[in-house]
Ligand binder design. Structure first.
Ligand SMILES: NC(=O)C1=CN([C@@H]2O[C@H](COP(=O)(O)OP(=O)(O)OC[C@H]3O[C@@H](n4cnc5c(N)ncnc54)[C@H](O)[C@@H]3O)[C@@H](O)[C@H]2O)[C@H](O)CC1
Ligand SMILES: [K+]
Length: 550
């Protein structure tokens, strides 16, 4: 599923209208029907919820074919039992979003609902183009219309639901004047709201909420998923999002530079050519599935190393060697019998702390290993930026950097002079680590997660996993994937270490950086959901549970 920004959406609209020849009015008609269908679906759900009765009429001879009678069936998508009990208000702006709303009003009327159109305008003269034609068509059909051009309060409780067709991708800044008043009234009404394209007030590119912003029950996103609908926390305003085709060919997306995707199984298999069900060769032996070296753990954070190493095994790596400061060797021996442990030179200050010199041992160990995962629980230590540089420049295997290895990278004075790596490099920062790497504030990272991640990945030719709600996987070629799996219960110590191990384990089995990062993030989220389900309540999920659920 493609994710577009407003500039790409406008270009796709224009291309479809001007080059392909599908008129804006036709697109708007399709948009209106799609919105109406989702309103009716919401009404049916509510009706079923209340009465528990199924709405479909069983066809003669069994089967659920609604309204079929002797082989003749009606259009089920616009059916609602007792539609006249519904009186929906369509709030329409002066632009094409409002045009979608007017079209939806006609289709809802056709389905038998009572409908009123309320424009954020002083009169029809303020409308133009296809939106004016839609308003005129609705008027000709006798659909009641009101015009509200001023910033005055209005009472909406007489209705049963609201369609928000005030602002779409043409909005800029916080809703003003009558738009603000109507959005406020809609939110205050407590009625179910179905938003056209995006909730009015939501920034379609960044997901920022310009108040007053509509809080929708459902958002009917038209043509392609808008970036703002997958950037949290703003996107919570959208409620359930359903993307509906309106006739703009998805085949146009590539030529308009759309290279951001929702991470679905189809996208994994298609765009990423990554088939998680890849058959494992029967003659496979532990060497077939790769050997991960983890450089992780320190005196006060030994568990991070254990979690990362166990996760690499659980993700399918044939072997895992855990390199750790010598002081931890005895205490951690046998903690996970499947792991091989090897001590590295600790710092002069303390035997439980890493040293810059330990990089030499790691490089030597990598002569017989396939992947290096460095960072979970290593803490900060003298010379750690030089340590990261040594690993960056001298390891000739895929590399995953996490936690304080990223902070050490961020503090390195001259990364621009480092020898570019010829092997997959995956960084897994949380927003704070991303901020340090990019030299901006965490708030700025969160304001445009996709843009920040893609910019860094392109500049540094790495795969960047920006963790958080809706994790972003940004690739060295500029493509980005937004993950939808996961669970609030995963916001607990150690789940980041587990993700690093999973990605390393997948790299060890031959996946590329983007494939291992995308599949790893998706599986990590699914495992977290399963762990939360098994625990009954998400507050008791631990990182270890996520490994077990993987
Ligand atoms: N173009 C097409 O073929 C299709 C478009 N679709 C729908 O159209 C909107 C985008 O429409 P556009 O006319 O560009 O802008 P909007 O309707 O979103 O709003 C512009 C309208 O609102 C005023 N305005 C802008 N910002 C503010 C503000 N902060 N406060 C108050 N008023 C504001 C501005 O002056 C204009 O009058 C898209 O989202 C789709 O819904 C269809 O999908 C069909 C194809
Ligand atoms: K809207």
């Amino acid at each position: 599923m493609y994710i577009v920004n407003t500039e790409q959406m406008r270009a796709l609209d224009l291309h479809t209208i001007e080059h392909i020849g599908i008129p804006a009015f036709a697109l708007m008609e399709n948009a209106g029907k799609a919105i109406a269908e989702e309103v009716l679906s919401l009404c049916r759900e509510a009706g079923q919820h209340r009465s528990g009765a199924a709405t479909a009429v069983a066809a003669p001879g069994g089967g659920e074919a609604p309204f079929a009678s002797h082989g003749i069936a009606a259009d089920a998508s616009l059916h609602l039992p007792n539609p006249s009990a519904q009186h929906w208000l369509v709030l329409a702006g002066k632009g094409s979003n409002g045009g979608d709303g007017a079209a939806a009003a006609r289709h809802l009327c056709e389905a038998g609902l009572r409908v009123t159109l309320l424009y954020a305008a002083a009169g029809p003269a303020e409308l133009s183009g296809a939106a004016a034609l839609q308003q005129d068509a609705a008027a000709k059909l006798g659909i009641p219309q009101k015009f509200h051009g001023r910033d005055e309060a209005v009472e909406l409780r007489a209705y049963t639901g609201i369609v928000d067709a005030l602002l779409g991708t043409g909005a800029s800044g916080a809703p003003r004047g009558a738009y603000a008043a109507l959005i406020q009234a809609a939110n205050d009404s407590g009625l179910p709201i179905v938003s056209a394209d995006i909730p009015s007030g939501l920034d379609a590119d960044t997901g920022a909420r310009h108040e007053p912003c509509v809080r929708a029950s459902v958002t009917v996103c038209l043509a392609f998923l808008k970036r703002g609908l997958v950037q949290y926390p703003g996107a919570e305003a959208a409620g359930r999002v359903v993307v509906r085709s309106i006739g703009i060919p998805s085949s146009l997306c590539r030529q308009h530079g759309v290279n951001t995707f929702l991470l679905t199984p189809d996208v994994l298999r298609g765009e990423l050519q990554c088939d998680p069900k890849r058959p494992r060769s029967p003659e496979g032996h532990k060497g077939t599935y790769g050997h991960v070296l983890t450089a992780a753990g320190s005196r006060t954070m030994s568990g991070a190393g254990l979690l990362c190493s166990r996760a690499a095994l659980r993700a399918g790596s044939g072997l895992v060697t855990w390199a750790l400061p010598e002081e931890l060797l005895l205490p951690m021996s046998g903690a996970a019998p499947e792991l091989m442990l090897t001590p590295v030179e600790a710092s002069g200050r303390s035997r439980g702390v890493w040293s810059e010199a330990s990089a030499d041992k790691l490089i030597q160990l990598l002569e017989s290993r396939d992947v290096l995962a460095a960072g979970p629980g290593i803490g900060r230590f003298d010379g750690d930026s030089a340590w990261v540089r040594r690993l960056w420049e001298s390891s000739s295997v895929p590399l995953v950097l996490d936690a304080d290895a990223l902070n050490a990278l961020a503090d390195a004075p001259d990364t621009g002079k480092w020898v570019p790596r010829q092997h997959d490099t995956v960084l897994t920062p949380h927003p704070g680590e991303m901020a340090r790497l990019a030299g901006i504030s965490t708030a700025e990272v969160q304001r445009d997660r996709i843009g920040t991640a893609v910019g860094y990945a392109l500049r540094n030719r790495v795969t960047l996993v920006l963790k958080g709600s809706r994790t972003v996987i940004a690739c060295p070629d500029g493509r980005a994937f937004v993950n939808v799996t996961g669970h609030p219960g995963m916001a607990t110590g150690g789940t980041g270490d587990v993700l690093t191990g999973i990605i390393a384990g997948l790299l060890a089995q031959g996946l590329s950086g983007p494939q291992a990062a995308a599949l790893g993030v998706r599986l990590h989220g699914l495992a977290g959901e399963r762990a939360a389900q098994a625990r009954g309540h998400f507050s008791s999920v631990t990182a270890g549970d996520v490994i077990e659920a993987l």
